[in-house]
Design a protein. Structure first.
Length: 428
């Protein structure tokens, strides 16, 4: 190997925060999304064609598992505060594999619902646990780390989706089962790789050790459920996460039922969404390099939501060319809103979490995304049915939420300089 090639690889490694364990966890996240892309694309069809469920049963199964998954985020965060984080992550990976493989063993509807719900718990917990690991292993570079993680995850999801498309083209029972097994095997590979990751230092470790030498008793850990400010922040974040349902649920339905645009535009806009995230998520992360910088992103976020929702309204005014142009504008603008919100939400949620209960706080914050995944699709179908005037009202609600979130975060972080110590969680 030439010296220049070695230097290039070394420079690339240095640009990824978290050292060797950070890079290994990025690979684990990539494998996770590859497997999830395989299965999520075919899940509803598996239950329809392989287990023989009707549409009503499939819808109820997905709704029940989604509701059960809401509890996964706070439960995972609480466990991470009490047990070694790496072990908790491995347990969730093994539980996800077991729940998936159990689906192969039965066609009984109640058991299928039970196994799906059991798999949703560790699935939602994983998002919080990997976020917590990144916060501890990447330290002050955690925003960049999360951006890289999101980029690699989007690539993995795309590759998994392409693999699923190839298998679905076959359409046989064996093909569906192989997709399920492929996802389960990805969890087992992830567990094996996670075993090689070192346990990152918990932010409260040094403080607890120092407190043990004092004569005064240590205070009880902070409780996120009694922190009304943090609960308000989480509730507002759940509103921002509606960008997921707008892009993935509302946009395809809106194209079909309210515009003159061709139906084939919907999957192209989803591809554009993934491509934009891959290209811009990491460069944009520099705008959230501190908690105060992340808070300032709430203003442009409100502008992006306003433009995106108005573009959806315009797309229904008539005319094929106007509809296509407005829909492309909406998809691009809302994708940037998604990326900006991801940066702000990631940084602020970790900064607001006390060191002595970081896992519990991030677990409660995980409810924002879990709740949106359950409620968002229902809300979006209602908005599509309501017609074009519904979008400006949604935009106004998102702008009002941005203003309220800005005030709340400013009160919680009165001195910007204080956030610097809070950001560097690896210093403890």
């Amino acid at each position: 190997m030439s010296r220049s090639t070695h230097s290039t690889r070394t420079a690339l490694k240095d640009r990824i925060p978290g050292g060797r364990d950070g890079r290994r966890m990025l690979v684990i996240g990539f494998i996770d999304k590859c497997g999830t892309g395989l299965w999520s694309t075919a899940m509803a069809l598996y239950f329809t064609f392989v287990t023989g469920l009707d549409l009503g049963q499939v819808g109820l199964l997905i709704a029940v598992s989604g509701a059960a998954g809401i509890a996964g985020a706070p439960l995972g965060g609480r466990l991470a505060d009490r047990f070694p984080l790496v072990r908790v992550i491995i347990c969730t990976q093994l539980l996800r594999a077991a729940a998936l493989l159990a689906l192969l063993a039965t066609d009984d509807y109640l058991l299928l619902v039970l196994f799906s719900a059991a798999g949703a718990l560790p699935d939602r917990a994983t998002n919080v646990l990997t976020k917590l690991y990144a916060a501890r292993v990447a330290g002050p570079d955690r925003v960049r780390y999360q951006a890289i993680n999101r980029t690699t995850s989007n690539i993995g999801w795309t590759l998994g989706g392409l693999g699923a498309a190839a298998a679905l083209a076959v359409g046989s029972t064996t093909a569906f089962q192989l997709l399920l097994v492929g996802d389960a095997l990805s969890y087992l590979v992830m567990a094996a790789l996670t075993l090689r990751c070192a346990e990152p230092p918990a932010p409260a470790a040094s403080r607890i050790a120092a407190a043990s030498t004092d004569a005064t008793p240590t205070a009880k850990p902070s409780n996120p459920w009694r922190d009304r400010g943090f609960l308000g922040f989480t509730a507002a974040d759940s509103v921002f996460f509606l960008h997921d349902s707008i892009l993935q649920v509302a946009l395809p339905l809106w194209i079909v039922h309210a515009t003159d645009a061709p139906v084939g535009l919907a999957p192209l806009l989803m591809v554009a969404n993934s491509a934009l995230v891959v290209i811009f998520q990491v460069p944009l992360s520099r705008f959230g390099s501190s908690t105060e910088a992340a808070r300032r992103l709430l203003a442009p976020l409100a502008v992006l939501f306003t433009i995106g929702t108005l573009a959806l309204t315009v797309s229904a005014l008539g005319g094929r060319t106007l509809s296509i142009a407005a829909l492309i504008t909406a998809a691009v603008v809302l994708t940037f809103a998604e990326m900006i919100h991801t940066i702000a939400s990631w940084e602020i949620s970790v900064a607001l979490a006390p060191d002595d209960a970081q896992g519990a706080y991030l677990g409660v914050h995980g409810l924002a995304q879990s709740t949106q995944r359950f409620v968002g699709p229902l809300l979006m179908t209602g908005l599509v049915s309501a017609g074009p005037l519904a979008w400006p009202f949604l935009g106004a609600a998102l702008v009002a939420t941005s203003a309220a979130q800005n005030r709340l975060v400013r009160r919680r972080l009165p001195e910007p300089s204080l956030s610097v110590a809070k950001v560097t969680v690896s210093e403890h």
